[in-house]
Structures are given as structure tokens and as C-alpha cells.
Design a protein around this ligand. Structure first.
Ligand SMILES: [Zn+2]
Length: 352
């Protein structure tokens, strides 16, 4: 009886794909079906299983010059995963990259990654327990298979799903394309800011992202700030241009601005590196596999974001100072008297 039900189920999915996609490259789209079905078999999960999750870059990449949003309803029909259930996740990639779909079993922390080009595909099984990732060869082996250079993207974002993190946190990783310490620092900073410096009626946030790093994408997602709206000002500075007296990791400068009053409050914000070090040992030299484990430790602390938030300095904000701080070519930390005038405006584009 169960086999008959299963057969009907698969037939319904095939019919759905056939009927639903007239003239939209249906052969290409439906061609991913056997890979998805096989992956579910390998993971020992059926459609609708509680522990089943899907992560994909569909919607972002293009196949054969076509956008890939048509793959989303196919994946939903095959797995019964959805955004609303929190088990259909996306990650942003450049349009020219390949289509990737990772199916995962949250209970066993296993995944099958499918790389699909519109007609051909290949799969790779990955076991993602801490003990597997600790193996220094883990990334080397994983990148040789279907996960390829996106191994870090997939493993890190699936880690966020395994840890049952909030939707807005996973949105930060989606926009950024992977989950790294920088995204965590951005999340901690914004959540701490919202708690300690909430907007009063008529106020708005403007963020000067300086240095500009991974964290800035969390500001875009969580505060709705964008460079296009001119409320996210990106100012690259190098290490020599941002030395401070404390061990904090600077995120940038928040301008809490009242349009009606034409004045506000400026706050130099960042992350307390001592608090981070207490939880983990991340630094620039941390190898990729250990970085994932450090990220996993920090995921348990999302509710304590304010504990990692630091306000290095507050200052009254006039219209003239606001404009100066936002202006191109000025080091905001020099303007605020936190740094001597820089001799060279050269940047290094460093990342955390
Ligand atoms: Zn990053």
C-alpha cells in the first residue's frame, strides 16, 4: 500500500512539473528530479520529513542564459520544504555560477550536494558532524566533488540550519552567500544596537561601514540600509587608518538621525573581541575548517548578541558633521579625533 502511495506521489510530482512549466525550459528544470530523489534516498528521508532541508542558489544563478526561479517550485514539490517551514534556504551567487542544490538531514548532519548544468548533473555525499569537519582534509576532499568551491558556502549555511537559527539571521547569510565570523559580528552589532540605541519616533539609522567587510551585509538585511538609498555608506580603510585604544573590532559608525530636528547622535560601534575569544579562538589565520567550528560555537549565542556589542564612543551629531562623515575621501575616525590624519588613503580590502 505504501509503495502504491509513493508511486502516486512521484507521478503527481512529474505531472506537476509537466503541466506547470509550459514553454519555460521544462526539460531542463525537470531534469533535476532524479538527482533530488536519489539524494533523499541516500539521506534516508522521504518528502515532507521533519529533518529534511534544502539549500540552493536557484533564483540567483542563470542556466543557459535563463534565470532559475523555476527550479524553486520543483524543489518544493519534490521535498515539501518551504520558506515558511524554514527548511528551504537560499544563497546568493553571481549569475554565471552553476546551479547547486544541497539536501540535508538535520538529525544525522549529512548532506548530498547536486551540481546541475541544465542537462547533466553530479552529486556528492558529505557528512558534516564536527568530527568530520575537524579533519584537515575535509575541505580538500569536499571541493573535489559536486560541492566544488561552494563547499564553504554550503557547509556554513547548513550549519545555521542545523542549529535552528532565526530566519533573519539566515537571511544575512543568504545575501552574503556564506556564513562567516563577519556575518555573526554584523548580526551581534545590529542586535546590540537595536537593544541599546533603539530609534525614537522620527529617527532613522545611517551606517558608515568602515572598514567595509562581511558584517555589512547583516546591516543591509537587518536594518534595510542600502548604498542606493544612501543610508549605507561604504568607506574602506586599512588597519593603519583605524587603530583604536581598545581591543574592540570596529564595525563602523551609526548615525541616529532626526530629519525633523536636523540633529542626532553618532555612535562608533563594534564587537568586543575579548567576549568573542571567550567563546572561540577565531583570528585571521584560522583555517577554513576550524572557522566553521568556531562559527558553530557562536551560533549558540545569538540570543546574547548585546553581550558582544560595544559602543566605543558617542558624540552629538550636527548636520555639518553628518555630511562630513558621509563624504567621500574622509576618514571618519580622523574627523572624530580618534586617529591622527592619515598620510596615505590606500586600502587593503581586508576581510575577517
Ligand atoms: Zn564572509
Amino acid at each position: 500500500m505504501r509503495t502504491v502511495t509513493k508511486m502516486f506521489g512521484r507521478l503527481a510530482v512529474c505531472l506537476f512539473v509537466l503541466l506547470w512549466l509550459p514553454g519555460s525550459g521544462f526539460a531542463a528544470v525537470s531534469g533535476i528530479t532524479p538527482f533530488v530523489m536519489d539524494a533523499m534516498k541516500v539521506l534516508k528521508l522521504e518528502k515532507g520529513a521533519e529533518d529534511l532541508g534544502v539549500l540552493t542558489n536557484a533564483r540567483y544563478v542563470r542556466l543557459g542564459g535563463k534565470t532559475t526561479e523555476q527550479y524553486v517550485p520543483v524543489l518544493e514539490a519534490l521535498t515539501a520544504c518551504s520558506i515558511a517551514k524554514g527548511n528551504l534556504l537560499f544563497f546568493n551567487e553571481r549569475p554565471e555560477e552553476s546551479l547547486l542544490v544541497a539536501l540535508a538531514n538535520r538529525k544525522t548532519m549529512q548532506a548530498v550536494v547536486i551540481r546541475y548544468d541544465g542537462s547533466q548533473g553530479k552529486s556528492k555525499f558529505l557528512s558534516l558532524k564536527d568530527s568530520d569537519i575537524q579533519d584537515p582534509e575535509f575541505f580538500w576532499n569536499a571541493t573535489l566533488g559536486a560541492a566544488g568551491k561552494e563547499t564553504f558556502h554550503i557547509v556554513s549555511i547548513l550549519s545555521a540550519w542545523f542549529a535552528n537559527t532565526p530566519y533573519d539571521f539566515r537571511q544575512c547569510a543568504e545575501l552574503h552567500g556564506h556564513l562567516c565570523p563577519g556575518i555573526l559580528f554584523g548580526y551581534f552589532t545590529v542586535k546590540g544596537l537595536l537593544q541599546k540605541y533603539p530609534l525614537l519616533p522620527g529617527e532613522e539609522y545611517i551606517f558608515i561601514a568602515s572598514p567595509n567587510e562581511c558584517k555589512d551585509d547583516a546591516f543591509q538585511v537587518l536594518l534595510g540600509l542600502t548604498p542606493g538609498k544612501r543610508n549605507l555608506i561604504v568607506k574602506p580603510v586599512n588597519k593603519k587608518q583605524i587603530k583604536t585604544n581598545t581591543e574592540m573590532l570596529l564595525s563602523g559608525i551609526i548615525l541616529k538621525w532626526s530629519r525633523s530636528k536636523q540633529q542626532g547622535l553618532g555612535i562608533v560601534v563594534g564587537i568586543d573581541s575579548d567576549a568573542i575569544q571567550k567563546v572561540t579562538k577565531v583570528n585571521q589565520q584560522t583555517p577554513r575548517n576550524m572557522k566553521i567550528l568556531a562559527v558553530r560555537k557562536l551560533l549558540d549565542h545569538l540570543d546574547d548578541s548585546a553581550d558582544f556589542f560595544t559602543a566605543e564612543r558617542e558624540f552629538p551629531l550636527s548636520k555639518a558633521l553628518k555630511e562630513q562623515l558621509m563624504q567621500a575621501g574622509t576618514n571618519p575616525y580622523v574627523l572624530l579625533g580618534m586617529m591622527p590624519a592619515a598620510t596615505s588613503p590606500k586600502t587593503e580590502g581586508e576581510q575577517r
